[in-house]
Design a protein around this ligand. Sequence first.
Ligand SMILES: Nc1ncnc2c1ncn2[C@@H]1O[C@H](COP(=O)(O)OP(=O)(O)OP(=O)(O)O)[C@@H](O)[C@H]1O
Length: 245
Amino acid sequence: MAIAPGGLEAQGGLVAQGVRVSYDGRIVLDGVSLSLPRGRTIGLVGPSGVGKSTLARVLAGLLVPEAGTVTHDGEPVVTRRGRMGDRVGMLFQSPRRSCNPQQRLGDLIAEPLRYRKRRAPRSAHAARVAEVATEVGLTADLLGRLPAEVSDGQLQRAALARALVADPCHLICDEATAMLDAITTASIVAVLRRRADAGLGVLAISHDRELLDAWADDVVELSQGQASPAAVRRPRRPDCRTGAW
Ligand SMILES: Nc1ncnc2c1ncn2[C@@H]1O[C@H](COP(=O)(O)OP(=O)(O)OP(=O)(O)O)[C@@H](O)[C@H]1O
């Protein structure tokens, strides 16, 4: 199980320890610890407003906690030079809110490749974009379209491709399938399961327990007044790689 009170850094992976966050003086997370190993999918549940998205943003390095640490294989996720962007990716519920409406899907997917420390030649980007687009089930003709010219499901597949194109070690999915139909959800979960089998650590936040029971290796719950998420159940794991669940 991924949750333990101390000594988490020794396990490697993405580790939050003793995290405290408050908004306008109101404490939302206090002393929360969570470990996300590589190759595992951890489901995170909890009542609305308990702080799941806040914890997700802390883990992704988008929000710096007032207290506590977030490390990736022992290194701080937020360094003095900024966020270690290509090791921890994030996928949100609504891609329309986070994408540039003027950017064509192919460019949107390629963006993380442009910010890599060791950049590949631009000619290699197109091949990599085509590869990951195929992986997430996007046809080549969609890559030249603007976000307004595709469906929500197609745009979320593009957002997933963007999140995966630079091969992050961990991916935080915050209600990433909440707006999608069952077929698109199954397809996205299948992509993420295959990536997890290849070593990606996934944190899947969802209000859909049935989905998490089928998708995640472990499900943990964040409760008000509780320092850290607690294991609620180890799911049976039917075969969601085939979408048969
Ligand atoms: N930027 C912000 N400024 C002030 N308060 C905030 C901010 N972001 C979140 N909050 C508050 O912090 C608490 C936790 O919010 P958060 O979005 O992390 O919860 P959640 O568990 O993800 O909720 P939900 O399941 O409804 O998405 C809520 O009370 C919310 O109103």
